[in-house]
Design a binder for this molecule. Structure first.
Ligand code: G3P
Ligand code: MG
Length: 284
């Protein structure tokens, strides 16, 4: 093959891979996608429908939420293993019946003016997001045994089936077996690995590729433009967090802009969108 053909072929492959990267999040028009982490959780009680509504109002492209099962196997949206921090309940969510979880106040802990916010079921959260914002469902399974991990993945998949929203959701996890299982039982799932181990030298992008995953979600301390470029060459989309601390907000966002990540995840979507917009990197 001549040099000119080889160059042309590489350009076509790179263009195809870039499309694959952005295809995981849809329209492919935005330079940066904005993910509202647990909704607009910097200003509203995390993982509530109010926090999601405000994230949509702030023009987030994606809402990140965390999934756990109740004692009777209903998928709820909650970050912690225990109810104490974000509700007026006590004990593990996994030991509490769905009917009791539905009675809890998930807003007052954040501010008394949010009293009455509830812990949404995954189905309620997805119904709210339908047609207006993409959803990154984080499978909180790392500390569960295999049987419970599978139940969590199966119930999550069942709810997505029921809502018929596979084209609008992404499944992410720190727990590789959960992602592998999700991909095995639902080949149509878009999956992404959360790789937070800043000390590790292992190339976990390869794990993502092994299961046909599309995303590599990393800790800001791991970001370099070389690693991001390698992920892009491999057809992976890169997500990283920034902008949560008002003091270093601009700098933390700039680090990700310079490194070329695809998705910025933040508790403050409106504020981060404004930074991107000032640089012409996004339309508000
Ligand atoms: O999207 C990544 C992030 O949600 C993982 O951390 O603890 O906030 O669920 P955590
Ligand atoms: Mg999460």
């Amino acid at each position: 093959m001549s040099m000119a053909w080889a160059i042309l072929l590489s350009l076509v492959i790179v263009a195809a891979l870039s499309r694959q990267v952005t295809a995981a999040y849809g329209d492919g028009e935005r330079i940066f996608y904005l993910q509202a982490h647990r909704g607009y959780s910097g200003r509203f009680p995390e993982n509530t429908l109010l926090a999601y509504k405000e994230a949509v109002a702030a023009k987030a492209d994606v809402i990140e939420l965390d999934v756990r099962l109740s004692a009777d196997g209903v998928a709820f949206v909650m970050h912690d293993e225990n109810l104490e921090r974000t509700t007026n309940g006590r004990g593990p969510i996994a030991a509490t019946a769905a009917a009791q979880i539905k009675e809890l106040d998930a807003g007052s802990w954040f501010d008394p003016r949010f009293a009455g916010e509830r812990v949404p079921t995954l189905a309620e959260a997805l119904e709210f997001c339908r047609g207006q914002v993409r959803v990154n469902i984080e499978l909180k399974t790392r500390r569960l045994d295999d049987a419970m991990m599978r139940r969590t993945v199966e119930e999550t998949a069942r709810v997505i089936d029921q809502c018929d929203m596979w084209d609008q959701v992404l499944l992410s996890s720190f727990h590789f077996p959960a992602l592998a299982y999700a991909g095995a039982i639902r080949p149509q799932a878009t999956t992404a690995l959360l790789d937070w181990d800043v000390e590790r030298t292992v190339d976990r992008q390869l794990d993502v590729l092994k299961i046909g995953g599309k995303g590599w979600f990393i800790h800001p301390k791991m970001v370099t433009s070389e690693k991001v470029a390698l992920a892009h060459e491999r057809g992976l989309m890169v997500t990283c967090g920034a902008g949560n601390n008002p003091a270093g907000r601009e700098e933390s966002v700039q680090l990700l802009i310079d490194a070329g990540v695809d998705v910025i995840s933040t508790n403050f979507p409106y504020e981060v969108a404004a930074i991107l917009e000032r640089q012409g990197l996004r339309r508000l």
